[in-house]
Design a protein around this ligand. Sequence first.
Ligand code: F6P
Length: 355
Amino acid sequence: MHQGRTTLSKFLIQQLQGSPEQNDLAALMVDIAACVKAISAMTSKGMLGDVLDSLDSTNVHGETQKKLDVLSNAVFINTFSMGGLVAGLASEEVDIPRYIDARDGKGRFLAIFDPLDGSSNIDVNVSVGSIFSVLRAPEGRTPKPEDYLRPGSEQLAAGYALYGPATMLVITVGKGTHGFTLDREVGNFILTHPNIEVPADTSEFAINASNERFWEPPIQRYVAECKAGKNDVRGRDFTMRWIASMVAEVHRILMRGGVFMYPRDMKDPGKPGRLRLMYEANPMTMVIEQAGGLGSTGRARILDVIPEDIHQRVPVILGSSNEVERIERYHRDYDSGTDQRYTSPLFQERSLFAN
Ligand code: F6P
């Protein structure tokens, strides 16, 4: 009945054959797929699974943990600890990286992950996801915290699982971005979305508009122009979406284009953004770039940011290339003072960003 369909394992054998590192990377992707199946089984039970409650504990960011956050984290940690492919791991839910004694002496990789992103959506039965990033571990020694602080351009693989009406796994090993759908009855991931391409143009943007008063002028300008629609500079009408679940947002952009923004803002001036570089921005940018889109802080390519801390935050602008390039241009205009609207005395008087 299922003959002729490409399973994840078959796909990985085709994409990653050759070197021992590639073989191990394929095996690690299979381990990650096993984690995703286990977490999918838990999330899909909803209230029946007794896993939705909040706990008394908080994670490193001070966010209240849900039972499902902790259980999903344990699924990844147990799988990686037993698998012999990972030398160390870092997670949103773990303060400092953990090192794993690879039993068979392999452990070529560092795994960095957000086990359940968007978990504040769990109560309301909106899609959530897991995000992962894979780096090369140092050879012949136990990894140290600084070994994780590599730019996203050095990721060997990245991807996410989306626990939506269907569970999907979207991965890249640096050879395009590919989507697999879980066939629950059989327990296999089947290649359903090969070589995903993000359209260069879009009329859809995603941002938490309640933060508008805290945004920097280039983002205020971009959103104002989108909202002004076809009778203004953009010459067309835009729609806005906000699911408050990064995985669902990025998935929509992969499927039909769009731009997702969680920019630098002045809500909490001590934080350069809300999203985390190592287990949100970097893996999602690799996935988007491998599908022809772009990922930027507004002022630099996300994958070129040199991390200073495993849990550091970063501004994120992700999606259709022409829109991301436009937003970068608006940042350059603002920084160089060539955008008249934002250098006029009138604007500066009103601006939250005026000195
Ligand atoms: O980082 C967690 C996250 O839930 C993302 O998945 C999502 O994009 C964002 O935070 C939502 O932020 P807000 O609560 O401001 O809507």
